[in-house]
Ligand binder design. Structure first.
Ligand code: HEM
Length: 145
């Protein structure tokens, strides 16, 4: 699940997006997470280290240098998320924050944004560790690609 995405024409997604846009994306993403009542309670108040780790992880995941592995070891992402209650609704909320951050980072080309969002969608689904609330109500609209 955390293996780097395969190389595609034009280089890896990391090559196409570049470190600056990726950092801007991650910082924007966590500002949305902090403002989202479905997600904020799970996270520390100070999101700087979380953002740093996410940037290191995504750098390697998208085909750049394996910064997370070098600094923090194997990500074991699913195991690291087990202490947190992650329902399908929370995974959708996470992805919705990412979609908003992608929309607000125009230096990332739309086709790269779509590819990144789809790849993160697969990882987010893998992080779900708790069934959702059984509700007959329609789910809230989600921002996507
Ligand atoms: C599905 C919804 C998700 C939720 C609710 C969630 C929530 C969290 C929480 C609460 C933390 C701990 C933050 C901290 O204490 O610093 C965390 C850490 C992290 N998450 Fe997620 N996450 C989700 C999906 C993802 C996805 C899709 C990825 C990767 C693409 C990811 C990558 C990470 C990384 C790299 C860390 C830092 C791990 C570490 O402590 O070294 N998460 N996440």
């Amino acid at each position: 699940m955390t293996a780097p995405l395969s190389l595609t024409p034009g280089g890896s997604l990391y090559d196409r997006i570049g470190p600056q846009a990726l950092e801007a994306l991650v910082n924007r993403f966590y500002s949305y997470v902090a403002a989202d009542p479905r997600l904020a309670p799970l996270f520390p108040d100070d999101l700087r280290l979380t953002a740093e780790k996410q940037l290191a992880f995504l750098t390697g995941f998208l085909g750049g240098p394996p910064l997370y592995h070098q600094r923090f070891g194997h990500p074991r992402l699913r195991a690291r998320h087990l202490p947190f209650v992650i329902t399908p609704e929370r995974a959708q909320a996470w992805l919705s924050c990412m979609a908003s951050a992608l929309h607000d980072t125009p230096s990332i080309a739309p086709e790269d944004a779509r590819e990144l969002h789809a790849a993160l969608g697969r990882v987010a689904t893998h992080m779900v560790n708790t069934p959702g609330e059984a509700t007959a109500a329609a789910p809230p609209p989600q921002r996507g690609f």
